[in-house]
Design a protein around this ligand. Structure first.
Ligand SMILES: *[C@@H]1O[C@H](CO)[C@@H](O)[C@H](O)[C@H]1NC(C)=O
Ligand SMILES: *[C@@H]1O[C@H](CO)[C@@H](O)[C@H](O)[C@H]1NC(C)=O
Ligand SMILES: *[C@@H]1O[C@H](CO)[C@@H](O)[C@H](O)[C@H]1NC(C)=O
Ligand SMILES: *[C@@H]1O[C@H](CO)[C@@H](O)[C@H](O)[C@H]1NC(C)=O
Ligand SMILES: *[C@@H]1O[C@H](CO)[C@@H](O)[C@H](O)[C@H]1NC(C)=O
Ligand SMILES: CC(=O)N[C@H]1CO[C@H](CO)[C@@H](O)[C@@H]1O
Length: 442
């Protein structure tokens, strides 16, 4: 039987991620940053450069399928029993499974939910195949219950939840707002600069979105960008982004994620000194690869939880994109109309590297200081499920046809769409927490 493995030619890997960056940037233009980015291509780095940072220190090979790598961790007891609790809820691994047809269809539409960002409002812009709305995630060893707004609100009553990250994080937040919109609740929206806040008044439940695509302190560089296609960003990999770190002690739950913005040309600082860069085209500064910054940014972000926070931290893991028939700027598209089965594709290359890097820092945080302080770290491991959803992206339908764009958004997810499953998983994990006997609570 023919399999359909997604193969990005190594040459187009970088470009593939650049489109992610472009899309994110385009998405946030009205609010932040620079205008009119023209990212066409950059020199293709050798994959070896990216693997040279010894970022995978576990006993598995970085070239293996990451999910199997995770499994191997469990099997080989590389991690303590306690830790595997953070990855698995009870005996069922929620994150391994297949998408199966779901006649029930989506929870909401673009008419019942007013929170859908235009770029993810795929039906509005005529996405021709609506089959992507009719799948549900089926973990191999259990059922993932449908999202119940009333169960969710019961659990979070009197509590507060923060999303920290980039536009992919906002994708999940908007899905959650939409999922909750089917019950009559009073919501007040309280914008506060870049920070967005919603209060479910009759539940005294607050949701906040902190825009922090690098998770740590950054300063836009004002030097002329020279040969760079993007202005440099100075990334202070060991310093907090205090827009969120100063606030998290007020929250019960924080859902953190990051990835694509690390493709920006960057200069890395530690102790206030330049230590290296990524793609900065300055011969006086060593190129340390983007994963140098990515790894340390997560380390620093998790350190903030270990200082300031008493609630539960969720890492929402890396969300893969899907471009077929070429890179994003070579007419690459995502026109598939069915999910993959798990034997048709696997996570490889940079995507796998993003995934494993964040997982490594997550594990270090959960096992180290976090464990000493009794903090709860939970992995919302959506990577494998999303790897199987090439059909759920906006593609050409994330903007009005009259804009006649030639690129496709194969990175963000349509709403309604597969991101709703992230919140089904989140609710299920919260439920399991609330049902754990208190003497087992860590
Ligand atoms: C990576 O690991 C190898 C072998 O363990 C070691 O020789 C090398 O110095 C390490 N490189 C870095 C950047 O830590
Ligand atoms: C919702 O999608 C329909 C197409 O299914 C479109 O005609 C309509 O304009 C959209 N409404 C909103 C509010 O986005
Ligand atoms: C609402 O919840 C917050 C914590 O999120 C708490 O500090 C506050 O006292 C609560 N207000 C009411 C009226 O219960
Ligand atoms: C690199 O350093 C040399 C000597 O300090 C300096 O002359 C040169 O302008 C620097 N190059 C860049 C790109 O900053
Ligand atoms: C992949 O899995 C499906 C069922 O999940 C099965 O029908 C199919 O034969 C498998 N394909 C391969 C190539 O193993
Ligand atoms: C399942 C799988 O791909 N396993 C491979 C992991 O990597 C090692 C070493 O590279 C291979 O020997 C395994 O076959």
């Amino acid at each position: 039987m023919k399999t359909h493995v997604i193969e990005f030619p190594q040459k187009s890997q970088k470009q593939f991620f650049l489109v992610i960056l472009t899309l994110i940037v385009l998405t946030v233009i009205p609010l932040y940053l620079f205008d009119n980015p023209s990212l066409l291509h950059q020199k293709n780095p050798s994959p070896a450069t990216f693997l040279s940072d010894n970022i995978t220190t576990f006993s598995f090979s970085a070239t293996n399928n990451s999910i199997e790598a995770t499994k191997k961790l469990d099997e080989e007891d590389v991690v303590s029993e306690d830790f595997s609790e953070t990855m698995l809820v009870k005996k069922c691994d929620l994150f391994k499974g297949e998408w199966i047809p779901s006649p029930e269809g989506p929870y909401y539409t673009n008419e019942t939910c007013g929170e859908i960002y235009d770029h993810q409002n795929c039906l509005k812009f005529g996405k021709p195949d609506t089959g992507f709305l009719k799948w549900r995630w089926k973990p191999y060893d259990c059922e993932l219950p449908r999202f119940s707004p009333s169960s969710f609100l019961k659990i979070v009553k009197g509590k507060s939840m923060a999303f920290v990250g980039d536009s992919m994080s906002r994708n999940q937040l908007q899905s959650l707002l939409c999922l909750l919109s089917s019950v009559p609740v009073e919501v007040s929206y309280l914008p506060d600069g870049k920070t967005k806040r919603w209060l479910y008044t009759n539940y005294n439940f607050t949701i906040v979105f902190f825009w922090s695509p690098h998770l740590v302190k950054t300063i836009e560089d004002d030097r002329p960008k020279g040969p760079l296609l993007f202005p440099l960003v100075n990334v202070y990999v060991d310093e907090f982004d205090d827009t969120w770190t100063n606030q998290i002690h007020r929250f019960d739950y924080v859902i953190i994620s990051a990835a694509q913005w690390f493709w920006r040309p960057s200069v890395f600082y530690e102790n206030g000194q330049v230590v290296g860069c990524f793609d900065c085209k300055d011969n006086n500064i060593t190129d340390l690869t983007l994963f140098y910054g990515y790894k340390r940014a997560f380390k620093t972000a998790f350190r903030a939880f270990n200082q300031n926070f008493k609630g539960m931290t969720f890492l929402r893991s890396y969300s893969p994109g899907h471009f077929d028939n070429g890179a994003w700027n070579e007419g690459g598209t995502c026109t598939r109309t069915r999910p993959y089965t798990s034997n048709e594709t696997k996570l490889e290359g940079f995507g796998q590297q993003f995934y494993l890097t964040q997982l490594e820092e997550f594990m270090a945080a959960a096992q180290g200081d976090g464990k000493k302080r009794g903090l709860k770290f939970r992995l919302l491991d959506t990577t494998q499920a999303m790897l199987l959803r090439p059909d759920g992206h906006p593609g050409r339908y994330g903007y009005p046809p009259e804009e006649k764009r030639t690129t496709s958004d194969c990175v963000h997810w349509c709403l309604p769409g597969p991101t709703d499953t992230w919140n089904e998983l989140l609710l299920h994990m919260l439920k399991m927490e609330s049902e754990r006997p208190s003497d087992v609570k860590d």
